[in-house]
Every structure is written in structure tokens, then in C-alpha cells.
Design a protein around this ligand. Structure first.
Ligand SMILES: CC(C)(COP(=O)(O)OP(=O)(O)OC[C@H]1O[C@@H](n2cnc3c(N)ncnc32)[C@H](O)[C@@H]1O)[C@@H](O)C(=O)NCCC(=O)NCCS
Ligand SMILES: Nc1ncnc2c1ncn2[C@@H]1O[C@H](COP(=O)(O)OP(=O)(O)OP(=O)(O)O)[C@@H](O)[C@H]1O
Length: 232
């Protein structure tokens, strides 16, 4: 199974690209959807967050007021780190579970759409890593237009993530999304074959997944030999 990482900055166009993957028949695991699920009323994540941030962040329905919590955490790095710490275990296990279900169904290629792929160190599980990249002015403009927020609010959200150019330098494939949606479709078509061709064995063993499989196999082998020797 191959897990392709899809990342970028806020409002750079990840969801737009992940929709193109879906339209081409590829299963997508979306970390934002999982992050929303783990914050639903009554869930473990919800209880932790309410205990830490207080009932003021709740709507009358008891659901988290996402706009309010967003305002708090995107203007205060320590509160954001606290929220990340509280939710990270739920989000990672949610992602793991979704990937596992797709693997059980026999999916050979999975797209993992995670805005914080590098920040959360999930890049080690994905190969290749695609970044959807735009320049800072376009990012600010698109974010303000989509979320109808002020420049300050939008900039705070952008600053809450690893700089986009640093992410770009860590990625294997860059999708430039500065142009129109038609340009994006063209750029997507160009990379589709490249990213979905199966890995050669050499590429697999040189990848991190290959190294992990090799390590587990050696460990199991060593433990098995030890047991066998102990019996003799
Ligand atoms: C703070 C919350 C309630 C704000 O909700 P809201 O509906 O306004 O935004 P939404 O969840 O749709 O996220 C929009 C984008 O914000 C960015 N973002 C979200 N959380 C974070 C974070 N902790 N740090 C940096 N950027 C983030 C992502 O690019 C994401 O795509 C929400 O973002 C949240 O619960 N965040 C913590 C969980 C998390 O880390 N999510 C990212 C998934 S890896
Ligand atoms: N090439 C494009 N031209 C014009 N608008 C675009 C283009 N690509 C995406 N957009 C718009 O930019 C906004 C951000 O795109 P999208 O929601 O896909 O970003 P995202 O990276 O998934 O954001 P988030 O990190 O918040 O989940 C949306 O309103 C989308 O319609």
C-alpha cells in the first residue's frame, strides 16, 4: 500500500486538490474531517477541551463554538499548543483507523490530506509528499475571501503554521496553485501519473516505510531465533 501525503498551508487549495483525487477514484483521508469528529459533543476530545478551555467555548447546543475557539487559539500560541496537545492523540488514532480500514478493503493507494503533515511529523509515513503551494499575497487574499475574515485574523492563522516555503523545500512534488482553477486541473493531470505509479522495490526499500518494514522484520527474526535457541 502506498500513502501519498497531501499538504500545504491554510487555504492554499488542498481540499480542491483532494477533490480532484477523489474524482479520479482515489480514497482520501482528510485530517480536518477527523479533527472535527474528535471535537463533537460528548467525545473524548470534546471533554478534554471543555475541561481545559471552560464552558465559555460552547454553543447553547453544547457543541464547541469553533469560531470562538479559533479566535482564542489562533491569537495565542500557548493556547494553540495546548489544543494541539489535547487533540493530537485522538486525531492520529482517527487517521490510523481510517487508513487501516482502507487497507483492509484492499486499497493500494491512499491520499492523506493533512495540513499539519510536517508539524505533526506524519511525513514519515507518506511517500511521495505533495505540497499545494501559492504565494503569500494570494494565500492571504483567498483565505480572507473564503472565511470572510479580517487581514489580521487571516494572517494569524497563516502564522500558526510552518512557513510555506519551508514546507515546499521538504516536499517531493510541488503543485503551483497561483493560477486559475483550469491551470490547477492541468497541473494536477501532469503529476497524477508521476505520483500514482507503483514504487519499484529499490524505491520501496530506500523509503522510510521500507526501513520500518526491514527493522520490524529483523527484530521479529532476532526474537524468533532467540526463542528457538532457548528451546534447544
Ligand atoms: C481551532 C478550530 C476549532 C477552528 O475551527 P475552524 O472550523 O475555524 O477551522 P478548520 O478546523 O476548518 O481548520 C481550517 C484550517 O486551519 C488550519 N488549522 C487548524 N488547526 C490548526 C492548528 N492547530 N494549527 C495550525 N493550523 C491549524 C488548517 O490549515 C485547517 O485546514 C479547529 O481548527 C481545531 O480544532 N484545530 C485543532 C485541530 C487540528 O490540529 N486540526 C488540523 C488537522 S491536522
Ligand atoms: N486556482 C484557484 N483559483 C481561485 N480560487 C481557488 C483556487 N484554488 C482554490 N481556490 C479557492 O481558495 C480557497 C481555499 O481553497 P481550499 O479550501 O481548497 O484550501 P485548503 O488548503 O483546503 O484550506 P484549509 O487549510 O483551510 O483546509 C477556496 O475558497 C477555493 O475555492
Amino acid at each position: 500500500m502506498r500513502i501519498i501525503g497531501l499538504t500545504g498551508g491554510i487555504a492554499t487549495g488542498k481540499s480542491t486538490v483532494s477533490n480532484l483525487f477523489k474524482a479520479n477514484g482515489f480514497p482520501v483521508v482528510d485530517a480536518d474531517v477527523i479533527a472535527r469528529d474528535v471535537l463533537k459533543k460528548g467525545s473524548g476530545g470534546w471533554r478534554k477541551v471543555v475541561a481545559a478551555f471552560g464552558e465559555d467555548i460552547l454553543l447553547e447546543s453544547g457543541e464547541v463554538d469553533r469560531a470562538k475557539l479559533g479566535q482564542i487559539v489562533f491569537s495565542d500560541p500557548s493556547k494553540r499548543q495546548l489544543l494541539n496537545r489535547l487533540l493530537a492523540p485522538y486525531i492520529s488514532s482517527g487517521i490510523f483507523w481510517e487508513v487501516f480500514k482502507l487497507w483492509m478493503k484492499g486499497c493500494k493507494i491512499i491520499i492523506l490530506d493533512v495540513p499539519l503533515l510536517f508539524e505533526a511529523k506524519m511525513d514519515r509515513w507518506t511517500n511521495p509528499i505533495i505540497i499545494v503551494w501559492i504565494d503569500p499575497e494570494t494565500q492571504l487574499k483567498r483565505l480572507m475571501a473564503r472565511d470572510r475574515t479580517s487581514a489580521l485574523d487571516a494572517q494569524n492563522r497563516i502564522n500558526a503554521q510552518m512557513p510555506l516555503d519551508l514546507k515546499r523545500s521538504k516536499a517531493d512534488i510541488v503543485i503551483d496553485n497561483n493560477g486559475s482553477l483550469e491551470d490547477l486541473h492541468e497541473n494536477f493531470k501532469k503529476i497524477l501519473d508521476q505520483v500514482t505509479k507503483p514504487l519499484t522495490w529499490t524505491e520501496f526499500w530506500l523509503s522510510r516505510q521500507g526501513a520500518i518494514v526491514a527493522f520490524i522484520s529483523i527484530l521479529t527474526g532476532v526474537l524468533g531465533c532467540k526463542k528457538l535457541l532457548a528451546r534447544l
